[in-house]
Design a protein. Sequence first.
Length: 172
Amino acid sequence: MASENWKKQRKIESIRIFSKKYYIFCEGTKTEPNYFQGMKQQIERKGMYRNSVFINIEGVGEGTVRILEHAEKYIRTNKISEGEVWIIYDKDDFSEDSFNSVADRIEQLNQESTKIKYNAAWSNQCIEYWFILHFDYYIANNDRSFYIEYLNKKFKELGLSPYIKNDKETNY
């Protein structure tokens, strides 16, 4: 005689429902993704955000327009229907046309879709400038070598090891 419980009991698992989805595409392949991965880890440690915020980060290794093209292809290929897409790059020495064409294309994309929102964020001159802004209000236009010197001074004051570009262990 067959057992009354011939069906396997289903395991009840938590369903991940993300109310916010972020897709971040960075110019760099190390420093910027490390920075955003650190932010992602902090967000995921907070219980209240664990199942409500999804963050995907990619280091593209290209400049301005190419990052945006990569992001558009990613969104199409993966059939993503909603979320915020962030294009992250340094101002560097890109031409004004190249730099401004990203904003023009983003405006066009945002008119085409209300569920996918494209955004651009850039640093002038490099991502380390963003790191400085975690410590101080800072508006001077210095060379990138100054930024690392400045960060090392701040890290030392906090008892942290020196900043090393592209090092996952020291990109706080």
